[in-house]
Write a protein that binds this ligand. Structure first.
Ligand code: XUL
Length: 543
């Protein structure tokens, strides 16, 4: 009997690297292994906090590409220790935090092609960087470049219409422009600019990998309708950019095979490497949302709301994004920067463990008696807040349980409010990400959205999505690619027993609280009056 093929999905996220291995054969579909490492603990010599190299300026966020490379070595070493039979690996793909960029010099091409299996990967890549640190999605230092690019292409509406998003500080185009302006010599010495996803795929394949159309749409550089680099955006960004960018390909394209480095060092076969994609696009697959109509919420370092779209419906309010999806369709996404780290900040400030945090949530009233917190500990993406700051409305600083409920309610209301542009009628939400394990948080989600909320079996939907993308590229039916429904079936299905239903009374409370929350946001952003009277009215009538 021939061996059952294995598919590996890797997810290089902000805080760590995860791997999911699945096997698929007739009558046999199962997750063989799920494992992860945290950069701070596994690779302490990079001195990161939550995977990020923080500087004094809270708007700067970078990480070392060498750390991501070294993590690949650590993970492959772990996989090769016998827990899976790597010899049966058929295809590999990956998922990575979106928008971050890696700058390589002219030595990279040869270095990738001649990686020596006896020398750690990071040591061989060190000399190929034309910029030591990669700016990542949490960086918000490019407001000037966003304005310049926007003006050069004819305004925000034009940029959004063409690329799927108005200019965003974390997007790769504005980041590239800033690098070109601040370090012109290093920019000139840059031969190739990769996304985190295409950089890591290149390390596996031993040659420059293309970017897939899904992750490329997070750059303000790709024309959504043609899925090619948009010349006007390239020109507005930096000189000679076209020659430095990888080609854009469909998400199921083969980037090569696992190079000799991985074969000799870890006993891998020459398995096909399928281009990597962004973590949110991979999560679309990993949450099983392969057709329009579904919605997922990911509670990770960033909180994101996303769902597949058949046709691109660009957000005229400038809040969200339209990306390509790995299925070949599109996806809508709204991103919130103050996700897990904000929950952690509140938990730590109250001196609670996670179980105590959950109990505090349960012990407080839905609607929090109108006590509202805007948890902008870090700069926020949605709504745009460049100067971080926490705002409290009717919430005394010493009220620990009140803060616990307030941070969760604010995050859920912000997600519900700012994802309206996606115009998806939701009756079910697939929840993923670390905090999706918390039933109390998911109950608030169900009550705020007025929708059923399901947990998925796999904690890391992005890594699972990458593994499923790897499988899809290998699963041909009569010479044609397998249908996505067949690929995800049995893996990315919500567990029926996990269903959490909204409570009609609580949903009514949140419907009444939502305009109060929106008024607090407007006030904090300097765009609206004191919401005090609205809060008073809610306290009187809303609960
Ligand atoms: C999405 C975004 C984040 C990162 C986190 O636009 O910026 O969700 O992908 O990894």
């Amino acid at each position: 009997m021939s061996a059952v093929p294995l598919y590996l999905g890797l997810d290089s996220s902000t805080q760590g690297l995860a791997a999911v291995v699945i096997e698929i054969a007739p009558g046999q579909r199962r997750i063989v292994l799920e494992t992860s490492l945290a950069f701070d603990e596994a690779l302490p010599h990079y001195g990161t906090r939550h995977g990020v190299q923080r500087q004094a300026d809270p708007n700067v966020a970078t990480a070392s590409p060498l750390m991501w490379a070294e993590a690949l070595d650590v993970m492959m070493n772990r996989l090769a220790d016998g827990s899976v039979d790597l010899r049966n690996l058929a295809t590999v793909s990956g998922s990575a935090q979106q928008h971050g960029s890696v700058y390589l010099n002219g030595r990279a091409t040869r270095a990738l092609e001649t990686l020596d299996p006896s020398v750690p990967l990071a040591d061989q890549i060190r000399g190929t960087l034309s910029r030591d640190e990669a700016p990542i999605w949490m960086d918000s230092t490019t407001a000037a470049e966003c304005a310049e690019i926007t003006a050069a292409v004819g305004g925000s509406a034009v940029l959004a219409e063409r690329t799927g998003s108005r200019a965003f500080e974390r997007f790769t185009g504005p980041q590239i422009r800033k690098f070109f302006k601040q370090a012109p010599a290093s920019y000139a010495a840059t031969d190739r600019i990769h996304l985190v996803s295409s950089f890591l795929a290149s390390l596996l394949a031993g040659r420059h990998a293309p970017v897939d159309h899904a992750d490329a749409s997070g750059m303000n550089l790709m024309e959504l309708s043609t899925r090619r680099w948009w010349p006007a955006a390239l020109e507005a960004t930096s000189p000679g950019l076209a020659a430095k960018l990888p080609p854009i390909v469909a998400s199921w394209t083969e980037a090569g095979t696992l190079s000799r480095y991985w074969q000799v060092r870890y006993g891998c076969p020459p398995a096909k490497v399928i281009v990597w994609s962004g973590d949110n696009p991979c999560s679309v697959i990993g949450t099983g949302l392969v057709r329009e109509g579904g919605l997922a919420v990911s509670l990770g370092t960033s909180d994101t709301v996303f769902g597949p779209m058949r046709e691109p419906r660009v957000d005229s309010s400038g809040t969200g994004h339209v990306f390509g999806a790995p299925t070949g369709d599109y996806m809508g996404l709204t991103c919130f920067q103050n996700g897990s780290l904000a929950r952690e900040r509140v938990r730590d400030a109250c001196g609670l463990t996670w179980p105590e945090f959950s109990r505090a949530l349960e012990a407080t009233d839905p609607g929090n008696r109108g006590r509202i917190l805007l948890p902008w500990f870090e700069p926020e993406i949605t709504p745009p807040v460049l100067v971080p700051g926490v705002h409290r409305y009717g919430l005394p600083a010493g009220d620990g349980p009140g803060h616990v409920r307030a941070v969760i309610e604010a995050q859920q209301m912000a997600m519900a409010l700012h994802s309206r542009w996606m115009a998806v009628e939701v009756d079910a939400i697939h929840a993923t990400g670390g905090a999706a394990a918390n039933r109390q948080i998911l109950q608030v989600m169900a009550d705020v959205f007025g929708a059923d909320v399901y947990q998925l079996e796999v904690a890391n939907a992005a890594a699972l999505g990458a593994a499923l993308r790897a499988a899809h590229a290998d699963m041909n039916v009569d010479g044609r690619a397998a249908a996505w429904e067949d690929v995800v079936s049995g893996f990315a299905e919500p567990a029926a027993a996990s269903r959490q239903r909204p409570d009609a009374k609580r949903h009514a409370i949140y419907r009444a609280l939502m305009p109060v929350y929106a008024a607090c946001e407007a006030h904090a952003l300097g765009r609206g009056p004191d919401p005090g009277p609205l809060i008073e009215r809610f306290r009187r009538d809303g609960i």
